[in-house]
Design a protein around this ligand. Structure first.
Ligand code: FAD
Ligand code: NAI
Length: 466
């Protein structure tokens, strides 16, 4: 069968690329090795983790926050099986949505492992071993990423788990040790802490969330500690003894020194993700990978082999669903002869904990390092009327603006609903707004985004409510 485009992988990068290409009139096929469409994000990533974060947050609030609002529910009891079914319903609903969209856009779908035989030729090997070859003018690799392994430590997805196992535990572990204080560790650590686990996070670096604004990280670490998290920073897990009833972890200072032991019922390994290219046959066709195993692409997502493109987690850049989607749209538009483009300076990142942490653009650390003169405007949620009414006053909005031009360079928020609030900052930055532009925009009262406006006013030292 012959197509204009074959997309390998139906995660947020792949399925969005296929839809956009079909909208632009291309004849498109997708190849997916999983039974379900949607990739990591829908099946074992964004969607199931957010379903469990939502359910566990309400469970936690029912235990702690309801009574003071005059809502008496007694001590909440956990039915983990039903909570997992709630999560599965979220996955199934979203996967069905993708199936519908692929059909609606007349995209042919093939289930099986996609292997590139040559430019323009993709072999699909079904689960039963049957093969067929598809042909197309262009191929987009959107095969995503996989869990990074800790050397010498085998993930069994029962006691030593990756995010995939941590999304499907059949009991609440008494003691959960998380290796890696990144997004997965803190989100899934939050889920299990709220459901009753004692959570210790072992992090190699001397800070949590590397890459985020360090002031935000320091405050957020204190918030998590108040919630009951224990952090062992500057430490690494060098071995796990699985012979006893409890796991025994050997933890060493990252800089070297005396090792100590920690016991755990479950260990979550969350030390990052690696690009996934196994089975694609890239070496045989000559598609180059970089030192980290990512597919090398130019600014038009073209690999080193003409007619083969790549997007999403399998190429460089933040491993985020919305980044993969934007690249999917951009490459589809380029293939259809249009001008596809992604603005990498404005890719928001959100940590869906409680409170949430959301960030877009430059960090203060980065601006200092690059010697860029900047102004800071900060506004705490303790001074925001709506946050006070909700009694959710943790966190702040921090806006970084260019000292000379006032252009917004970065926005960082800790706070309930920070993930929704960051969209305003992203739009402002996309339009090249100044802090003054945000400050002069009327924000509805009483809302949490008024704190964004106040932080913009604070850039010019004229916040009104502090
Ligand atoms: P993927 O979603 O990984 O999809 C790749 C697809 O390709 C898979 O379905 C795979 O089966 C298929 N495939 C691979 N090889 C082949 C082959 N040879 N033939 C056929 N099919 C193949 N990001 C966010 O933005 N927000 C979040 O809240 C968020 N939460 C996350 C939570 C967790 C626990 C995890 C693990 C990740 C999370 N992410 C989140 C990251 C997000 O899931 C990824 O950035 C995103 O899925 C990448 O999309 P992609 O299309 O590049 O690849
Ligand atoms: P991460 O890169 O966010 O964090 C990994 C952490 O592990 C880092 O702090 C790192 O210093 C630490 N680490 C590395 N090796 C270590 C070792 N040997 N011992 C102790 N600590 C070690 O990776 P994570 O959390 O696994 O997430 C993977 C990807 O998934 C991220 O890139 C993220 O983009 C994506 N994701 C996004 C989410 C979101 O947007 N809300 C949610 C979950 C995942």
């Amino acid at each position: 069968m012959t197509y204009d485009l074959i997309v390998i992988g139906t995660g947020p990068g792949g399925y969005v690329c296929a839809i956009r290409a079909a909208q632009l009139g291309l004849k498109v096929a997708v190849v997916e090795k999983r039974k379900a469409f949607g990739g990591t994000c829908l099946n074992v990533g964004c969607i199931p983790s957010k379903a469990l974060l939502h359910a566990s947050e309400l469970f936690d609030e029912a235990g702690h926050a309801f009574a003071k609002m005059g809502i008496k529910v007694g001590k909440p009891a956990l039915d983990l099986k039903t909570m997992m079914a709630f999560k599965q319903e979220a996955i199934d609903g979203n996967v069905k949505g993708i199936e519908f969209l692929l059909k609606k856009n007349k995209i042919d779908s093939f289930h099986g492992l996609g292997t590139i035989l040559a430019p323009g030729r993709v072999q699909v090997t079904a689960e039963d071993g049957a093969t067929q070859v598809l042909e197309a003018a262009a191929i987009v690799i959107a095969t995503g990423s996989d869990v990074a392994q800790l050397p010498g430590i085998a993930i069994d997805e029962t006691r030593i788990v990756s995010s995939t196992g941590a999304l499907a535990l059949d009991h609440v572990p008494g003691k959960l040790v998380v290796v890696g204080a990144g997004v997965i560790g803190l989100e899934l650590g939050s889920v299990w802490r709220r459901l009753g686990a004692e959570v210790t996070v072992v992090e190699f670096l001397d800070r949590i969330l590397p890459g985020m604004d360090s002031e935000v990280c320091r405050q957020f670490q204190r918030i998590l500690e108040r919630q009951g998290f224990t952090f062992r920073l500057g430490s690494k897990v060098s071995a796990i003894d699985t012979s006893g009833k409890q796991l025994s972890l050997t933890v060493e200072p990252a800089a070297g020194g005396e090792a100590s032991k920690i016991e755990a019922d479950v260990v979550l390994v969350a030390i990052g993700r690696v690009p996934f290219t196994a089975g694609l046959g890239l070496e045989a066709v000559g598609v180059a990978l970089d030192q980290k195993g990512r597919v090398v692409v130019d600014e038009h997502y073209a690999t080193t082999v003409p007619g083969i493109y790549a997007i999403g987690d399998v190429i460089a850049g933040p491993m985020l669903a919305h980044k993969a989607e934007e690249e999917g749209v951009a490459v589809a538009e380029l293939l259809a002869g249009r001008a596809g483009h992604v603005n990498y300076a404005v890719i928001p990142g959100v940590l869906y904990t409680a409170p949430e942490v959301a960030t877009v653009g430059r960090t203060e650390d980065g601006l200092k390092k690059d010697g860029i003169a900047y102004k800071v405007g900060k506004f705490p949620f303790t001074a925001n009327g709506r946050a006070k009414a909700n009694q959710q006053t943790e966190g702040f909005v921090k806006i970084l603006a260019d000292a000379a031009t006032d252009r917004v360079l970065g926005v960082h928020i800790i706070g309930s609903d920070a993930g929704n609030m960051i969209a305003e900052a992203a739009i402002a930055m996309e339009f090249g707004a100044s802090a003054e532009d945000i400050a002069r925009t009327c924000h509805a009262h009483p809302t949490l985004p008024e704190a964004v406006k106040e932080a913009a006013l604070a850039v010019d030292k004229r916040a009104l409510h502090i």
